[in-house]
Write a protein that binds this ligand. Structure first.
Ligand code: SF4
Length: 103
């Protein structure tokens, strides 16, 4: 067996394991903490019903992350990624002041 072939055979399982690990990490992304400085600044809440409507006049009744242009969660999923909170998940029922109606 040549060196390069042996190396290839050694690398494939490692690359596969790394890919699997990255997918697992994605699925296990932590939820955004409402007390996180970025979340607090944006008025993020895990339940849109608790949005500070006095402070954030742009709140639209019935809006939440699932109706936001930035939400990247799958339909029906309880949470999903949002580019404003890299590496974390926002609640589907959540809301923040950056909400923009999905087209
Ligand atoms: Fe939710 Fe949109 Fe705010 Fe992201 S930008 S947290 S998807 S309302």
């Amino acid at each position: 067996m040549t060196t390069s072939r042996r190396q290839f055979i050694q690398i494939v399982p490692i690359a596969g394991a790394a890919l699997l690990a990255s997918r697992t990490a994605f699925a296990a992304d932590p939820m955004v903490d409402e007390k996180d400085p970025t979340a607090a600044a944006l008025g993020y809440v895990a339940d849109a019903a608790r949005a500070d409507k006095t402070k954030f006049k742009n709140f639209v009744a019935g809006s939440n992350c699932t109706t936001c242009q930035l939400y990247q969660g799958k339909p029906g999923a309880p949470s999903g990624p949002c580019p404003l909170f890299a590496g974390k998940q926002v609640a589907a029922k959540g809301w923040c002041s950056a909400w923009a109606k999905k087209a």
